[in-house]
Design a protein around this ligand. Structure first.
Ligand code: MG
Length: 338
C-alpha cells in the first residue's frame, strides 16, 4: 500500500492504516514514554501514587442503537480503557460538539444515559465543554470523554509484559457491538435481536485483581475487533499469538449478519469485551474469577502466546489442525462504529 496524502476513512478503522498514521505522523512528533508504552491508558507516577488517564472521541451513528447510545458508549468506553491498566475512574470529563438543529430532547436523553452510566460505575462527570457547529458540520453530536483514575497497588499490566507461554482469555462473545450497529443502520430484518455488548468492564477487572492469578496485560476489544487488539499486543511484545478457532465465541446472529455483509466477526467491534494475557498455570483461576461476574460470564481460553517475532504474528489453528494467518483489518469495513 502506497501512502495516501490525505486522510481516508480507513485511517479511523483501528487497523493497519490507523497504526501507520499514528506510527508515522502522530507518535514520533508527540513522543514521550507514556505514548511509547502504547497502553489503553497512560500511567503517570505522581507524589500521590500512580494515576491513569485516557481520552476517547465518539462519533457513532446512529446516536441511539440497541443496547446503548453515544452517551453510555462514551462513558463506558473511556472507563474501560482505564480498567485495562487496573484503574477505576475517579472522575470523567465530557466535551460535547452539537450540531445546529439537534433536538433538545435527544440531548437530554443522552445526558441521562451518561449520568446513568457514570452512576453504574461509581463515578461522576465533573467537567465539560459545549460547542455548537453549523447545520451539516456534525452529525447530531460528537462526544469526547476523558477519565482519570488511581492504578490499583502492585498492578503493572502492559502489552510489553506479554511472554511466550501466556494463555489468552476472552471475556465473552465477539463482534456484537459492530453487528448491532450495522443491523440498525441498514435496517436489516433479522430473526434474533442483536443487542450491543456495550458495558462497563471494571467488575470483571476487579475480579481478576482479587483472584490468585498473575496477569501480564489486558486490552479491550473495540474498533477492529479481536484481530486489531491482538495485532496491537503482538506488535508491542514481539511474540506470536495463536488462537484456537473452535474456542472463539461468535453467536449465531453475529455470525449470520457478518456472513450476509461479507465481514469477519474477528474484525467486528465489541464495546464490553477484553482479552487477558495470563501466566499459564494461573489461567483456570482467572477464567473462574471472570465467570463469577455478569459481564464476563462466558469468559474462556482462546489461545496461547509463543515465541516471536514474526511478520504474521496472529494465527488461528483450525479444527483441521492447519494454521491460517489472521490479518489486522486493512480498510474500514465499519466507519463510525464508536
Ligand atoms: Mg482500548
Amino acid at each position: 500500500m502506497s501512502e495516501p496524502a490525505r486522510i481516508l476513512l480507513a485511517h479511523g478503522g483501528g487497523g493497519l492504516l490507523t497504526e501507520r498514521l499514528l506510527r508515522d505522523h502522530v507518535l514520533p512528533i508527540l513522543d514521550n514514554q507514556a505514548l511509547r508504552d502504547r497502553g489503553d491508558a497512560a500511567v503517570l507516577a505522581t507524589p500521590h501514587g500512580r494515576l491513569a488517564i485516557t481520552t476517547d472521541g465518539h462519533v457513532v451513528t446512529p446516536l441511539c442503537f440497541p443496547g446503548g447510545d453515544i452517551g453510555s458508549l462514551a462513558v463506558f468506553g473511556t472507563a474501560n480503557d482505564l480498567a485495562m491498566v487496573g484503574a477505576a475512574p475517579l472522575a470523567i470529563t465530557a466535551a460535547l460538539i452539537l450540531e445546529e438543529g439537534l433536538e433538545i430532547e435527544l440531548l437530554r436523553r443522552v445526558m441521562h444515559s451518561m449520568r446513568a452510566a457514570a452512576d453504574a460505575i461509581g463515578t461522576c462527570i465533573v467537567a465539560g465543554d459545549t460547542k455548537v457547529v453549523e447545520r451539516g458540520r456534525a452529525d447530531g453530536m460528537y462526544i469526547t470523554t476523558t477519565a482519570v483514575g488511581a492504578v490499583a497497588a502492585g498492578v503493572d499490566w502492559r502489552p510489553a509484559r506479554v511472554a511466550p507461554g501466556d494463555v489468552v482469555i476472552v471475556s465473552g462473545d465477539l463482534g456484537r457491538h459492530g453487528a448491532a450497529i450495522l443491523v440498525t443502520r441498514a435496517d436489516l430484518a433479522i430473526d434474533a435481536p442483536l443487542i450491543s455488548d456495550c458495558a462497563p468492564l471494571w467488575p470483571a477487572v476487579a475480579a481478576l485483581l482479587a483472584a490468585p492469578c498473575e496477569v501480564h496485560a489486558l486490552r479491550d476489544l473495540t474498533r477492529g475487533g479481536l484481530a486489531a487488539a491482538l495485532h496491537e499486543i503482538a506488535g508491542a511484545c514481539g511474540q506470536i499469538i495463536e488462537l484456537d478457532e473452535a474456542a472463539l465465541p461468535v453467536s449465531q446472529p453475529v455470525h449470520d449478519v457478518c456472513e450476509l455483509l461479507g465481514l469477519d466477526p474477528l474484525h467486528c467491534a465489541c464495546e464490553g469485551r477484553f482479552v487477558a494475557f495470563v501466566k499459564p498455570d494461573h489461567a483456570a483461576a482467572a477464567v473462574a474469577a471472570l465467570r463469577r461476574t455478569s459481564v464476563a460470564v462466558d469468559a474462556r481460553i482462546i489461545g496461547r502466546v509463543t515465541a516471536g517475532p514474526s511478520a504474521d504474528p496472529v494465527r488461528v489453528r483450525t479444527p483441521f489442525g492447519t494454521l491460517r494467518i489472521l490479518d489486522a483489518p486493512r480498510g474500514e469495513q465499519l466507519p463510525r462504529i464508536c
